[in-house]
Design a protein around this ligand. Structure first.
Ligand SMILES: NC(=O)C1=CN([C@@H]2O[C@H](COP(=O)(O)OP(=O)(O)OC[C@H]3O[C@@H](n4cnc5c(N)ncnc54)[C@H](OP(=O)(O)O)[C@@H]3O)[C@@H](O)[C@H]2O)C=CC1
Ligand SMILES: O=C(O)[C@@H]1CCC=N1
Length: 278
């Protein structure tokens, strides 16, 4: 953590579900004092697990969690965001926190309006590898976010992995479609490879190890070799060999177009979530 971390106040998570757990775990692992982290979560088992696992303060009531916090992380589903914000508007206007939302689709302007207006809002889109500190977050700051608040938001999300600042908010739905949802695409590929491996006769456990290590190794090459994916692919693909047979099958099946359509559908869904929950 850098010097501008949470020394001057505490952070309150509203919603203690999957993503909040990943982010809280990242913060605690990076040395943010547990007593400066608060979470409001209505489900007692989830709340108790968070307080037990990380030593943070748990609340069943959103207002109680936010009352002492200088940074709020809104980590509820887009469908309940408006109601959650409107119930916290008076506190937001009285305490003027930095508001960080990780909800898909919901815009900074919507959050600001629901919370009573004139607030610094950062829209952030992390992903589940945050749990391991291997996540990536796309971030957009509205015009009211000052340099110190920007640094604070960056610190908060850096605990989960790398940050990428996005200048135009309209691109946050594409960020969501690429990296927010992205881990699920890799898991789908792993599922499909597992089923195909077993269909070819490989024992389940052997197939699992082969696939896990292949995805890990390929990901490391993407990051560490500093070369284009197309070049890395070319080196695996011996002319007339096995990889060529597979790649030609993918291409003939419209793989690239399918990926483009899937990411477009996710991007559009983000826009719909904004409109449908306004
Ligand atoms: N999962 C992911 O990979 C990612 C998710 N996100 C975003 O993060 C947000 C949370 O997603 P995720 O963690 O997956 O969802 P979860 O359902 O796991 O977490 C949301 C939590 O908020 C609780 N909650 C519901 N209503 C309220 C309320 N009024 N006040 C406080 N807490 C409430 C929910 O309880 P209950 O179960 O009772 O409803 C639940 O425990 C979403 O907006 C999503 O778009 C962003 C990036 C990646
Ligand atoms: O599926 C969703 O809507 C959320 C946002 C990105 C990942 N999960």
């Amino acid at each position: 953590m850098t010097s501008h971390s949470f020394a001057s106040g505490s952070v309150a998570f509203i919603g203690g579900g999957n993503m909040a757990r990943s982010l809280i775990g990242g913060l605690v692992a990076r040395g943010v004092p547990a007593q400066t982290i608060r979470v409001a979560e209505p489900v007692a088992e989830l709340r108790d697990a968070l307080t037990r696992d990380f030593g943070i303060h748990g609340f069943s009531d959103n207002a109680a969690a936010t009352a002492q916090a200088t940074t709020w992380v809104l980590a509820v589903k887009p469908q309940v965001m408006r109601a959650v914000c409107e119930a916290l508007a008076a506190t937001a206007q009285a305490t003027r926190p930095l508001v960080v939302s990780i909800a898909a689709g919901i815009t900074a302007a919507q959050l600001e309006r629901w919370l009573g207006g004139d607030l610094a809002v950062v829209r952030a889109m992390p992903n589940t590898p945050s749990l391991l500190g291997a996540g990536v977050t796309g971030l957009f700051a509205n015009a009211r976010v000052d340099a110190a608040q920007r640094a604070l938001a960056a610190d908060l999300l850096e605990a989960a992995g790398r940050n990428v600042w996005i200048g135009e908010e309209s691109l946050m739905d594409a960020v969501t479609a690429v990296s927010g949802s992205g881990p699920a695409y890799v898991f789908l590929l792993a599922e499909a490879m597992q089923a195909a491996a077993e269909a070819e006769g490989l024992p389940s456990e052997a197939a699992r190890t082969l696939i896990q290590q292949t995805l890990l190794g390929a990901s490391r090459m993407l990051i560490e070799n500093d070369e284009m994916p197309s070049e890395l692919r070319r080196r695996v693909t011996s002319p007339g060999g096995t990889t060529q047979a597979a790649i030609e099958t993918f291409e003939a099946g419209g793989f690239r177009d399918l990926v483009a359509r899937a990411i477009h559908a996710a991007t559009e869904r983000g826009r719909q979530l904004s409109a449908a929950n306004d």
